[in-house]
Ligand binder design. Structure first.
Ligand SMILES: [Zn+2]
Length: 316
């Protein structure tokens, strides 16, 4: 089915925990157009898609794999269903997985006649990006995400010093000297930013060189499901005991003494528990997905650590 005008596509990329979903929610909250949102989670549970707050369009999730290096598996079918499904929307936003290469996904929009690539936005965590760019294990993936992006947005700028912010900007510019790097503040209007970018035509962009990517081999995912609840103080201790190879852990959990399920987020060793609002997360007891480097310890070792954080069952 050929459309009257191609639909603009924006791809949002950025490493694990950079703040892509937060940015996307802000974008949707201020949007005037109807959006179709596609969210790719590398983990088995579609945490990010579930955290997308209600909006006027549709949200589709692609979990358990990275669509940038396995384009054939599910992504094109999902996109095709979206385009042929009869639902009306004015823009498509695709959230790449935290290990994915956003440009690889953007290339789809360059070749699909019903789509028009509007821009590639990469979110970079101001607190971590300098270290990540130089990291021995993940640096290649992180640097590759800046490839051909239109703009880099520095997130979490309010928790770093001016010097650190400057260092983050410099580190990004060593990889992409020509890319604009903007600080994402509470006042940034993401929709205006997108419109500003969309005036640039991307059709003269040359295709990326064909270097094979396999994020399935570069990263390992792990899923942790339990009935019951965490004990908050034991959880803090367990997180300290988690190996550094575990880069990200997120999902929902029950915590002893709390009535509602909570959203758990961990990036590096920074973690938080917050109320689940707006999205449609599984209210089940504990469901977390972890993403780590290939040398991540065994599932059993990781499970033993988190099992130590479970609240002891109450004896009736
Ligand atoms: Zn990939």
């Amino acid at each position: 089915m050929k459309r009257a005008a191609p639909i603009p596509v924006t791809v949002i990329g950025g490493f694990l925990g950079a703040g892509k979903t937060t940015f996307l929610n802000r974008l949707l909250a201020t949007a005037t157009a109807r959006h179709a949102v596609l969210v790719n989670d590398f983990g088995e549970i579609n945490v990010d898609a579930a955290l997308i707050e209600r909006h006027d369009g549709t949200t589709l999730s692609l979990s358990n794999g990275c669509v940038c290096c396995s384009i054939g598996s599910g992504f094109l079918e999902t996109l095709g269903r979206l385009l042929d499904g009869g639902e009306t929307f004015e823009r498509i936003v695709i959230e790449a997985s935290g290990v994915g290469d956003p440009w690889r996904i953007a290339e789809i929009a360059l070749v699909e006649p019903d789509l028009r690539l509007d821009g590639v936005i990469v979110i970079a965590d101001a607190k971590r990006i300098t270290e990540l760019i130089h990291d021995r294990r993940v640096g290649d993936t992180v640097r590759g995400q800046f490839d051909k992006c239109d703009v880099v947005l520095l997130s979490k700028s309010d928790v770093v010093s001016r010097a650190a912010l400057h260092a983050a900007r410099s580190a990004i510019q060593t990889v992409r000297p020509d890319a604009p790097v903007e600080v994402l503040s509470r006042d940034t209007r993401p929709d205006l930013l997108l419109m500003a970018r969309s005036r640039r035509s991307r059709f003269n962009a040359e295709r990326v060189e064909e270097h094979p990517l396999d994020h399935e081999e570069d990263f390992r995912r792990w899923t942790y499901r339990r009935n019951g609840a965490f004990d908050r103080s034991r959880l803090a201790a367990a997180i300290e005991a988690l190996p550094p190879q575990l880069l990200r852990l997120k999902g929902t959990c029950r915590v002893a003494g709390e009535v509602a399920p909570l959203v758990f987020q961990m990036v590096s060793r920074d973690w938080s528990l917050s109320p689940a609002v707006g999205g449609n997360l599984d209210p089940g007891p504990i469901a977390l997905v972890g993403i780590g480097t290939p040398d991540l310890p065994s599932d059993a070792d990781l499970e033993a650590i988190l099992d130590g954080a479970l609240a002891r069952a109450l004896v009736a």
